[in-house]
Write a protein that binds this ligand. Structure first.
Ligand code: FES
Ligand code: FES
Length: 160
């Protein structure tokens, strides 16, 4: 049995006929072809599938599609474009804060949620915000540096 689910994705309204047991990740990747959020563990334990739901990080593999009806979902595709990247994306590129990149879409949206609520986090606060995200490539230090760099640039940009 399928059910209609409507929500806002990256600023645009979407409607899908989702299977009753579909997760948000199934709907994003399968029905909508929005593949930035990745499938890692499928158990809510690695952070690869994290998206923002009403501005808060959620593991899309562990959330039913039905649970986001009427809500706002932001995936990494909603952060920026190649022409107009989000400062986090620019900082990650500048510091080469990634190797295979598999973990990065979840980390980028979680970092955005952090900077939205705290524009000047210290290193411990950044690490805590990203604690649930596994990176098998081990680039944790550069990831923390990149979030701090983006935060500084955004503060400077806001002050300019
Ligand atoms: S795939 Fe969702 S937390 Fe690992
Ligand atoms: S950059 Fe490869 S898993 Fe993080």
């Amino acid at each position: 049995m399928r059910q209609a689910v409507e929500f806002k994705l990256n600023g645009s309204p979407v409607r899908v006929e989702a299977a009753a047991d579909a997760t948000l990740l199934d709907v994003l990747r399968g029905d909508l072809g929005v593949s930035g959020a990745r499938y890692g563990c499928g158990l809510g334990q690695c952070g690869a599938c994290v998206v923002l739901v009403d501005g808060r990080p959620e593991t899309a593999c562990a959330l039913s599609a039905e649970a986001v009806a009427g809500r706002t979902v932001t995936s990494v595709e909603g952060l920026g474009t190649p022409e107009r990247p989000h400062p986090l994306q620019t900082a990650f590129l500048d510091l080469q804060a990634g190797q295979c990149g598999y973990c990065l879409s979840g980390i980028l949206v979680a970092a955005k949620a952090l900077l939205d609520r705290n524009p000047d986090p210290d290193r411990q606060q950044i690490a805590r915000a990203l604690d649930a995200h596994l990176c098998r490539c081990g680039v944790h230090n550069r990831i923390l540096d990149a979030v701090a760099l983006a935060a500084r640039r955004m503060r400077e940009g806001a002050a300019a």
